[in-house]
Design a binder for this molecule. Structure first.
Ligand code: SF4
Length: 431
């Protein structure tokens, strides 16, 4: 029997990139290739890069060099947002065989057939040549792209110039893929996009994210649906009521804040102020008491004074937020904020980031502790911790160590009781 041709896809960055990688994995599987977790064993290595910060650029370059060193003979392809933004920089790295921008990902199969002689020239189709079902080879949670691009122009953000204007996947396609993913065994499907709250505005007839969620949650084979991230101005009454009324929708939202200072939000060109943001959180908490609420925050935006940082810190500390993703500002070429004359010093950014991360840890611990002794529905992930317990995730985004046999809970939704909460870990037992 012929040995399968192996591929390895390495992904950096956001859940949208994870979705794009899963689509590329499906393309490679449709060529008769098999995945491997070991990049050194792969015939084809694909690196899906991120460019959201200069640190992400550096990480992408490092990963390319590392995987090329690990596997000098593979065909090494680079794609993703960095590849879209600056393909020449990546082509210049020794050992890169080809660079594909985001739209170039559709041509991955043809490129692999051309570059790798042992792949069949007439690839078999998984679903259809242009529309593969994403393949998540080692996960229990599937990410499904429902929207792409963004119509906003936040002054620090390179994403609209990389991913273009907001476009929605039509509801029939989304619902068909939800059903297929559920039938193929995924217990949790995460809707992703650059700006998912704008879902449906560009369609004819126009529709809304809440309407899509209602239709998807009526598919009975679906275990749990989760939204990835929603802009504060998109937390509408309709969306909150939809989240409240369907047990299949995870009680969880990540709502980018970026700063808790109105002056900084203005300079960032964010289309809301802290009053609207606080109102959105309070409405969600009032209607869905157990909801898990998270935020992205950028520290050290140009001109951020100590007073503005303090306002931001206090806004977050007094808010309903339960966890934070803290990012240090880095200028992205071509964005207005990159040319700002008043950058914040690196040591100041590091100190402020550490303060906010400590605050995020405190908020998270307080939230998790409030569930001590209570029962939650959790999904057992396909991963055991070093102590043999199973990693599990609740609907409201509490990660825990579940004391259960893997065969009883992996890729299953089960009820679990929280038995212990420490700053580092939540422990639970099935109930
Ligand atoms: S909302 Fe702002 S930060 Fe988010 S992708 Fe659009 S422009 Fe970038």
């Amino acid at each position: 029997m012929n040995r399968p041709t192996l591929y390895h896809v390495a992904t950096l960055g956001c859940k949208l990139n994870q979705f794009d990688s899963a689509v590329m994995e499906a393309d490679l599987a449709a060529l008769g290739m098999s995945p491997t977790a070991d990049p050194a064993a792969a015939r084809v290595v694909v690196i899906n890069t991120c460019t959201v910060t200069s640190a992400a650029d550096a990480q992408s370059r490092q990963l390319i060099r590392k995987l090329r060193r690990a596997n000098p003979h593979c065909t090494l392809l680079v794609t993703g947002c960095y590849a879209q933004r600056d393909p020449k920089a990546l082509e210049a790295i020794a050992g890169v065989d080809a660079v594909l921008g985001l739209s170039g990902q559709k041509g991955l199969k043809q490129l692999v057939v051309k570059l790798v002689p042992e792949t069949p020239e007439q690839p078999a189709c998984l679903e259809s040549a242009d529309d593969p079902l994403p393949l998540f080879s080692d996960q229990t949670r599937a990410f499904l792209k429902i929207q792409e691009g963004c119509d906003l122009r936040c002054s620090y953000c390179v994403i609209p110039s990389v991913r273009g204007a907001s476009r929605s996947v039509d509801p029939e396609t989304v619902l068909r893929k939800v059903a297929l993913l559920a039938e193929s065994g995924f217990q949790e499907i995460v809707f992703t996009g650059v700006n998912t709250g704008d879902y449906g505005k560009d369609l004819t007839p126009a529709t809304t994210l809440a309407a899509l969620l209602r239709s998807a949650s009526e598919i009975t084979s679906v275990g749990r649906l989760r939204l990835n991230s929603v802009e504060p101005r998109c937390v509408t009454e309709e969306l909150v009521e939809t989240l409240q009324s369907s047990p299949r929708l995870a009680p969880h939202l990540q709502i980018p804040l970026q700063s808790g200072s109105d002056e900084v939000l203005g300079r960032m060109r964010r289309p809301y102020r802290t009053g609207l943001y606080r109102q959105a959180l309070e409405t969600l908490r009032g209607k869905i008491p157990e909801v898990g609420l998270g935020a992205d925050v950028i520290v050290g935006f140009p001109g951020e004074t100590q007073e503005e940082f303090r306002q931001s810190y206090e806004f977050i500390a007094s808010s309903q937020l339960n966890y934070l993703h803290v990012f240090s500002f880095t200028p992205r070429p071509g964005t207005p904020a990159a040319d700002a004359a008043d950058p914040v010093r690196g040591d100041v950014i590091r100190k402020r980031s550490a303060e906010l991360r400590a605050l995020g840890g405190h908020l998270s611990h307080r939230f998790r502790t409030s569930f001590l002794g209570r029962d939650l529905e959790v999904l057992g992930l396909r991963e055991c911790l070093p102590d043999g317990r199973v990693r599990a995730l609740s609907g409201n985004f509490i990660e825990m160590a579940l004391q259960a046999r893997p065969q009883d809970c992996m890729n299953r939704l089960v009820r679990a009781r929280i038995t212990e909460v420490t700053p580092a870990r939540v422990s639970a037992v099935p109930c």
